[in-house]
Structure formats: structure tokens, C-alpha cells
Design a protein around this ligand. Sequence first.
Ligand SMILES: Nc1ncnc2c1ncn2[C@@H]1O[C@H](COP(=O)(O)OP(=O)(O)OP(=O)(O)O)[C@@H](O)[C@H]1O
Length: 259
Amino acid sequence: MSPAATAASSAPAISVRGLTKTFGGRRVVNQIDLQVGAGRIVGFLGPNGSGKTTTMRMLCGLLTPDAGEGQCLGLDFRRDAVQLRRQVGYMTQKFGLYEDLTIRENLEFVARLYELPDRRTRVDEALHRLGLATRGGQLAGALSGGWKQRLALAASLLHRPRLLLLDEPTAGVDPKARREFWDQLHQLAREGMTVLVATHYMDEAARCDELVFIAYGEVLAQGDQQAVLSAAGCGADEDLEQAFVRLIARATDNFAGAA
Ligand SMILES: Nc1ncnc2c1ncn2[C@@H]1O[C@H](COP(=O)(O)OP(=O)(O)OP(=O)(O)O)[C@@H](O)[C@H]1O
């Protein structure tokens, strides 16, 4: 690999500072700094309404921040939002595909939306990668929750993004399907994909390289599992769930004190 390529691949995939968003006078994302290394799987954790979705939507250029600067994939995430969207795969909480179309038809539709040049190859590639090749003719609406999520992941990969932003991708999915979904994420990361994934499942958090805990729109702790456990003041016999509860309790006290 050339020195330039090495430098590029070791550059962070996300490097933003001061990310801020206010809705109706309420600041829901407040001065968030985020650094995510290329090829890392980073778990994004926080209570309901803490600002995870809003942050992700700003990072992929779907929502304009009130303040903040930085880069995603080497692009200015505000100025180059259109270019950035072409390199980011975003999977929302709700299944956003057409239940009355087949798996293949759904993927072909998404490929057309992206105006991909070699649509058939891309769709075949996605079907194969996600183990959907034999199910191409099945209606999306007839799939179980786990298979629907796989299809949604396949759709978000069609344009061959370098960064995946996944918003609670396995909510309501059974443990076996969740494990398989995470095996896919690890395979993608081995191939160089960077993944920022919001989750409420602590077993999934444990499968991440790094974690970012937020509450009230602010980062409470960031780093690998050990760093987060230390930041929460957890002992050797305590786990991420206890760290989560402690960090949120502390943030709630601070928030109530400041209000
Ligand atoms: N378009 C909007 N207009 C007004 N308020 C909004 C809008 N989008 C989000 N909010 C509010 O911003 C806050 C943060 O929401 P957000 O969806 O980012 O949280 P979250 O951490 O993803 O929550 P969850 O875990 O429940 O998905 C919430 O109080 C939400 O109601």
C-alpha cells in the first residue's frame, strides 16, 4: 500500500466538533464531539430521546446542524453534504422498504434511486452477501423481522458506502437473527467499513470496538468498554448495563441541578 493510501485509511472516518441542534427552542444535541476511526464499529448508546437519531441525521447530511464543524470520510459534513450522502449508508429505525414488492424488486428500486450504473450486478452482490439469493422472489412483507432487517442492510449497502450509520437496526429482532446481523457487521468492518450503530442492547454494545454514551444531547463517556466502565466508576464485577445506569443517573442529577 502506498504511504498516501496508508495515511488515508488511518484517517478518522468521522471527526466532528461542537455538533449542535435545537428543535423548538430545546437543544437536543449539545456540543457533541465525535471521533470514529476508519474500520471501527462504534456503539452509540443513550436513553430514548437523548439525541442519537438527530446526531446521525446530521452526520449523513439529512439534517442541517445549528453549529458544528468537521469531516466525515474526508468531506466537510456541512458543505459537502450531497457528496457525503453518496458514500454513507443510513439505516433508519423503521423498515422503509415496500412490503408489496419482492426482495429483488425492492433492491432494484433502491439501485435506481441511487442511479447506479450496474444495477443488476449490485443487486446480485447484495443478495448474495446477505444470504438472500434464494429468497429474491419473496415478498418483503412476508419476511420475519430479522430477514427484513437483513434486507434493509442489503439496501443500505447497494451504493457501496464507506460508512454505515445504523439506527437501532435490530430493535425487536430475535437473538439468533441479531447475532447473525452482527456477524455481518463484523465482516463488513474487516473489509474496511466504518460503522456507527445506535443500540439499546448491551450484548451488542459489548461487540463494538468503542462506545459513545450520550444523554440530554451530550457525550457522557467515550472509548472502549474498559474506558466507559472506568468513566462510570464501575468496579471489576460490574458490567456495561450498570455503567449505563450510573452514567444516566449522574447526568440526570447534573441536568436537574443545572435546570
Ligand atoms: N424534527 C423534530 N422536531 C422536533 N423535535 C424533534 C425532531 N426530531 C427529534 N426531536 C426531538 O429531539 C429529541 C431527540 O430525539 P432523537 O430521536 O434524536 O433521540 P434518540 O436518542 O434517537 O431516541 P430513541 O432512542 O428513542 O430513538 C427528542 O425529544 C425528540 O422528540
